[in-house]
Write a protein that binds this ligand. Structure first.
Ligand code: COA
Ligand code: AMP
Length: 635
């Protein structure tokens, strides 16, 4: 089947298409009702089916003869450990850990927060929760305590599962103190904490409600319970346009079906292959392509506890390809830009035997063509950009490499992936012509595997995504289509920014910046950055009688955002301005601000209150040497 046939079937006969895909999985009760429209106008898939994703990932692989195949390869240059865990061994750990969770009183519908570094025990925890119907919420280990606290109050977990520490380049991050600090801040207090004790830890685990992995593993293994297809597998918090993160809820059966279908059609993999998804389990990419998709499909997944560079060098990915015979790498363009900076001629790529590597997939942020060509040139392999979101859970644009060998269009994020009826619309919600930039929307129903709601906030779910264009999902991204159907992403249409492939809310940052006693008003916007794609800067208006200098205020803000959000916010610069550009109704013109800061061409909005503010800003940015357009080194 070619791409066009596959795609058309998925759009014209979605129920038939997805029924066939669902039948590739071992359900305990196969669904009869494939698609159902709910009272709120949104859709659910496979409502009468029953399934358990931990069983799919473990017992079903063992049944298929893959018990002695590696399920996980843990490669940790920061600790010097490489450990292989077979499907049989993983089943043993997961089923015992699930027994431990049960002994703490957890059962179907309860919630657990997993706050961990990139170690196999994080995956054990995820699968153990899924095994007994406990809804997990993995919080990225780089978030500081206040961000963890927000998620604890929203998810109300019965247990927090963590490890003694994470290891960054030359730095150890102890988690237990961060958890204790977070719990000090929360209204909701989790009953239990489980810690995986890493070597040489200094944790105080004496409290009665603190348990260890060793203790969990003493319990008898438990069988998976079958849950309705629509049972939430997880909540994953992501940044929205307000300072409160959105808890994206994922179902079980629809997600398993969609992920399973992508392994062949999109990533062109076979059971038994090995992949490296160089992300983190704290992001959706990690949930889908470090954990669930590979394990459901019987692929070996590499858990990489390291960075693309400096652990120990820019050859880290290529070393793993040789050692673990990796077939596909999936990473963010930032990682490739970092590798290129350190090894511009790709000498380290050539140092290793990379003959097992067939394709490189990029996502998480826009891939500039310079990075794309460089990677293609040094690897002599297909490089596939693809576009998706926490909300979708799996690719929406890209090249279905397992279906047809279509040449990607450099700069484009690809063609619509099966299941996604993608349109570009104008402000009135009407479809745009070719190459006419607009808002990217997707006609309902979305395919299986996409979010089913926002945790405890259905109002925000409907209002935020479905009310702008009737019968369509609003992605929040802008873009345009070309004559061949390729879609180009031009960036977010809201105030979310993307720093090193991490989606961050400027609203959260603004709330923190404006809490500084010397600041009357502020705007945080993303500006282009050669390595990280975007970084935030704060534009601040200070009080007349400010007690601190410009430099002191900047230092305060950098420290504050680091403490409250974490280092990943990469907030390093604030600029004092006299006024901020606003509309006549008082709304700050953030898009215009970031266009000026990027040195990009911009149109003065007709709604602007006083256009002379823009001249002042351009002058200030030029003086501070901000506004140099994003220029990547040429090959
Ligand atoms: N736990 C604790 N701290 C973390 C962390 C984690 N899991 N991840 C990042 N941080 C910290 C870093 O240590 C760093 O702290 P510092 O300011 O004290 O140095 C800060 O957050 C910024 O981290 P990062 O954005 O990773 O920048 P870096 O300069 O350390 O590394 C790259 C640069 C390019 C190597 C890195 O950004 C990278 O690997 N990018 C790809 C990210 C990716 O895969 N994204 C895809 C998500 S789908
Ligand atoms: P997240 O929900 O964290 O995965 O972030 C999703 C956002 O990242 C999208 O809405 C896009 O803005 C951006 N993004 C992801 N992949 C791509 C891509 N391939 N090209 C351009 N932007 C991307």
């Amino acid at each position: 089947m070619d791409y066009k046939t596959l795609y058309s079937k998925s759009i014209e006969e979605p129920e038939l298409f997805w029924k066939k895909e669902s039948q590739k999985l071992a359900w305990s009760v196969y669904p009869e009702q494939i698609l159902k429209q709910n009272e709120n106008g949104y859709y659910s898939w496979f409502v009468d089916g029953k399934i358990n994703i931990s069983r799919l990932a473990l017992e079903e692989n063992i049944k298929a003869g893959r018990g002695e195949q590696d399920a996980l390869i843990y490669d940790s240059p920061v600790t010097g450990i490489v450990e292989k865990i077979t499907y049989n061994e993983l089943l043993e750990k997961v089923s015992r850990f699930a027994g431990g969770l049960k002994s703490l009183g957890l059962s179907k519908g309860d919630t657990a927060i997993i706050y961990m570094p990139m170690i196999p025990e994080a995956i054990v925890a995820m699968l153990a929760c899924a095994r007994i119907g406990v809804i997990h919420s993995v919080v990225f280990g780089g978030f500081a305590s206040p961000e963890l606290a927000i998620r604890i109050d929203d998810a109300q977990p019965d247990v927090i599962i963590s490890a003694s520490y994470g290891v960054e380049i030359n730095r150890q991050i102890n988690y237990k103190p961060l958890i204790d600090e977070a719990i000090e801040l929360t209204l909701y207090k989790p009953k239990n904490i489980i810690i995986f004790e890493r070597p040489n830890n200094t944790d105080d685990l004496s409290a009665d409600n603190v348990h260890t992995y060793d203790e969990m593993y003493q319990h008898q293994p438990v069988e998976p319970i079958e849950v309705p297809s629509t049972h939430p597998l997880y909540i994953l918090y992501t940044s929205g346009t307000t300072s409160t993160p959105k808890g994206v809820v994922r179902d079980t059966g629809g997600y398993a079906t969609a992920l399973n279908s992508t392994m062949k059609y999109f990533y062109d993999l076979e059971p038994g292959d090995t992949i490296l998804t160089a992300s983190d389990i704290g992001w959706v990419v990690g949930h889908s392509y470090i954990v669930y998709a590979p394990l459901i499909y019987g692929v070996t997944t590499v858990i990489y506890e390291g960075k693309p560079i400096k652990t120990p060098d820019a050859g880290a990915f290529w070393r793993m390809v040789e050692e673990h015979k990796i077939k596909n790498i999936f990473t963010a363009p930032t990682a490739i830009r970092a590798i290129r900076k350190e090894d511009p001629e790709g000498k380290l790529f050539n140092k290793y035997d990379t003959s097992s590597l067939k394709r490189l997939f990029l996502a998480g942020e826009r891939c500039d063509t310079s990075t794309y060509y460089w990677l293609k040139e040094i690897s002599k392999l297909p490089v596939i950009d693809h576009w998706w979101q926490t909300e979708s859970g799996w690719p929406m644009l890209g090249i279905c490499a397992g279906v047809e060998n279509i040449m990607p269009e450099p700069g484009a994020a690809g063609l619509p992936v099966f299941g996604y009826n993608i349109k570009i619309v104008n402000e009135e919600g009407q479809e745009n012509g070719l190459r006419d930039e607009g808002s990217i929307v997707i006609k309902l129903p979305l395919p299986p595997g996409c979010m089913t709601s926002l945790w405890r906030n259905e109002h925000r779910f409907i209002k935020g995504y479905f009310q702008q264009v009737p019968d369509h999902y609003l992605t929040g991204d802008g873009g345009y289509k070309d004559e061949n159907g390729f879609v180009f992403i031009t960036g977010r249409t809201d105030d979310i920014i993307n720093v090193a492939g991490h989606r961050l809310s400027t609203a959260t940052m603004e709330e923190l910046v404006s809490s500084h006693p010397d600041i009357t008003e502020c705007a945080v916007v993303g500006i282009k950055d050669e390595l990280k794609g975007q970084i935030p800067i704060g534009l601040i208006v200070t009080k007349e009688n400010a007690s601190k200098s410009e430099d002191e205020i900047e230092k305060d803000l950098v420290a504050l955002l680091r403490k409250e959000i974490g280092g990943i916010a990469c907030f390093k610069t604030s600029i004092v301005v006299n006024r901020l550009p606003k509309t006549r109704s008082g709304k700050i013109l953030r898009k215009t601000l970031s266009q000026i800061a990027d040195g990009a061409s911009f149109t003065i909005p007709s709604t602007i209150d006083d256009p002379t503010v823009l001249d002042e800003l351009i002058h200030e940015f030029t003086r501070r040497n901000i506004g140099l357009a994003f220029v990547s080194p040429q090959v």
